[in-house]
Design a protein around this ligand. Structure first.
Ligand SMILES: [Zn+2]
Ligand SMILES: [Zn+2]
Length: 282
């Protein structure tokens, strides 16, 4: 698998999954990305989208995987216990988080999730070799041959933004985060400067945002402003609110294409609304 950088979207929804005919095209599963590059397979978040990813991976024999969490709100971890590779003895899975403060650790948080009366079985049910890895948002992680920088995001209980680099290409994963009106988040701009793709928390529109101040999310228009300020090639609108059905998201796609028309140097559109199954190879 000596391959170039590629991201596949397995879950694009925020907050809670939303099955139904009116979400069929963009998808109802919550956050999960699969990034492949240079022989590595890196998974970002374990929302409900990680279940179908696990079904596909389970067919491939022994696996060596890393799962990076932006944070541990339920829409980003609730699929973990349904990820088939965790139930296979021959697999190794490393779980990473950079947002937690004492007394919390990633192992404790996942253990809490898998605990009576919330869940029928505990951590011991996993058959794979599972390692819990803690870091501090802002650290650079060693993921050879893939480069990985991180930064703290503005979200209740913390969250980590990631910049993944390989062979001169870069993808940034920036969710969940709340902007401050009228100013650009310099931490995000620094992390995303010149990136080929920025996947951004676009839960709301600018018009909706005032009703949701303090919930820790941003708008697709803020994504446009940040992408422009950071010189990002492609803005991928992501973490769609469950109140936004396919027809609504088509409208967002039209408006975003007006604000960021045309294609980036690599041929990808300068603005795209992420949907389940979308693959981007910058
Ligand atoms: Zn979320
Ligand atoms: Zn969150």
């Amino acid at each position: 698998m000596a391959d170039g950088l590629k991201v596949r979207f397995w879950g694009v929804r925020g907050s809670i999954s939303c099955p139904g005919a009116e979400y069929a095209r963009y998808g109802g599963n919550t956050s999960c990305l699969e990034v492949t590059a240079g022989g590595r397979r890196l998974i970002f978040d374990a929302g409900t989208g990680i279940r179908p990813l696990g079904v596909e991976l389970a067919r491939r024999g022994a696996l060596d995987l890393d799962i990076f969490f932006t944070h541990t709100h339920l829409d980003h971890i609730s699929g973990l216990t349904f990820f088939a590779p965790l139930f296979e003895r021959s697999n190794s899975v490393r779980l990473w988080a950079g947002h937690l403060e004492q007394p919390y650790t990633l192992k404790k948080v996942v253990g809490h999730l898998m605990q009576a009366p919330l869940y029928p079985v505990s951590l011991e049910v996993f058959q794979a070799t599972v390692e819990f890895k803690e870091f501090k948002s802002g650290q650079t992680l060693s993921c050879d041959p893939v480069g990985m920088r991180t930064a703290p995001l503005n979200h209740p209980n913390g969250a980590t933004g990631y910049r993944i680099e390989h062979d001169g290409r870069s993808i940034c994963y920036i969710t969940d985060t709340e902007h401050r009106e009228g100013e650009r988040d310099q931490t995000i701009i620094e992390l995303c400067r010149g990136a080929d793709v920025m996947i951004y928390d676009s839960s709301y529109t600018d018009a909706e945002y005032p009703r949701y101040r303090g919930w820790g999310h941003s708008t697709w228009q803020e994504g446009v402003r940040l992408a422009d300020a950071a010189g990002v090639g492609t803005l991928a609108i992501f973490h769609h609110d469950p109140g936004h059905d396919d027809a609504f998201m088509d409208g967002v796609a039209r408006e975003a294409a007006l604000l960021r028309p045309g294609n980036a140097r690599n041929g990808l559109p300068r603005a795209i609304v992420a949907h389940e199954g979308l693959t981007l190879s910058p």
